[in-house]
Design a protein around this ligand. Structure first.
Ligand code: PBG
Length: 331
């Protein structure tokens, strides 16, 4: 009896068992790759669940160090701070962003004191502070680029002076990285790093975040005159090139999973430290489906995080950071 020829090459051989799979695995996810975004709120004894992000909380400063402790103990290298600003502190100009005693700066000073081993990432954009919810100031119906820069620069400086080691401009104004770099350098803050939200798209996936910081209800219109059009890819390379020329130390692509193609292009083109932000809506989709029993939370989490590594990310901002770190430490 004659057989059809058996396959000589059998890719399945390398999938046979766990040791072989581990040997041939091309990409790894490590705790060192994780940045944990956290939400802080005014008041005392606050630990408020964010409805649209199951498992995510806003905490007041008295509980902040307990909140962050496990992340630091797990060896997560950085947390990214986001303030929920009370309505009475918001105005059209985002004035509170420049206040060295604002919630963000107080949180930063506390964390810098309690966790000197932890890097702090400070979001620079005015949306938590403006009553219209935009990332800059508005002049005749338009988010004015250069006048916004003045406020953003002042915001970055108070954050850096409060102990934020990594300034992360997320506003998408033209020239912000250069303006911030120059202002930091003038003050001798030459070691403050800049992680630029370089390719940040005008995305529906930020919805739950705007809930979490309370800027969603306030937002008038959309952010399409400054955040990027999801139709565009080459433009991401121009944005990254500009930010690097202006002094960015690290760049970011945001959102994450719907923009893995952008991430891969950026990493291949520039070979610089490149980060992905798995944003609130991406987290919400996985968390909500898992709550319904439709998806395995842990496996979907780990698979999604690996996808960023495979696409070329050096690190990922993710609301799953603590859960993923626990899982990674458990082996
Ligand atoms: C501030 C900012 C936003 C996010 C990070 N920084 C919201 C926005 O641009 O509207 C979104 C993060 C997330 O959705 O998890 N500009």
């Amino acid at each position: 009896m004659t057989h059809a020829p058996f396959p000589t090459a059998r890719p399945r051989r390398n999938r046979l068992d766990d040791p072989t799979r581990r040997l041939v695995a091309q990409n790894r996810l490590s705790v060192d790759d994780l940045i944990w975004p956290i939400f802080v709120v005014e008041g005392e004894g606050q630990r408020q669940a964010v409805a649209s992000m199951p498992g995510v909380f806003r905490v007041s400063l008295d509980g902040l160090s307990d909140h962050v402790g496990p992340a630091a103990a797990l060896g997560i290298p950085a947390v990214a701070l986001f303030p929920a600003t009370p309505a009475e502190k918001k105005d059209a100009e985002g004035t509170e962003a420049k206040n060295p005693e604002n919630l963000m700066c107080r949180a930063a000073r506390q964390l810098a004191r309690d966790f000197p081993e932890l890097a702090l990432v400070g979001d620079v954009a005015l949306d938590p502070y403006t009553d219209h919810g935009h990332d800059g100031v508005i002049r005749t119906g338009y988010v004015h680029n250069d006048e916004s820069l003045e406020v953003l620069v002042a915001q970055a400086v108070v954050q850096a002076e409060a102990g934020i080691g990594i300034i992360a401009p997320s506003d998408m104004m033209d020239g912000r990285v250069g303006a911030i770099r120059a202002a930091l350098d003038r003050r001798g803050l030459i070691h403050t790093r800049i992680m630029a939200y370089s390719a940040k798209y005008a995305s529906a996936f930020y919805g739950p975040f705007r809930d979490a910081v309370g800027s969603g209800g306030a937002l008038k219109g959309d952010k399409r005159t400054y955040q990027m059009d999801p139709a565009n890819s080459d433009e991401a390379l121009r944005e990254v090139a500009a930010d690097l020329a202006e002094g960015a130390d690290m760049v970011m692509v945001k959102p994450g999973m719907p923009y893995l193609d952008i991430l891969q292009r950026v990493k291949e083109h520039f070979s610089v430290p490149t980060f992905a932000y798995q944003v609130s809506g991406e987290y919400a989709m996985i968390a909500a489906a898992a709550q319904n029993g439709w998806i395995d939370r842990e496996r979907a989490m780990m698979e999604s995080l690996m996808s960023f590594r495979r696409a070329g990310a050096d690190g990922v901002l993710t609301y799953f950071a603590v859960d993923a770190a626990r899982r990674l430490r458990a082996g």
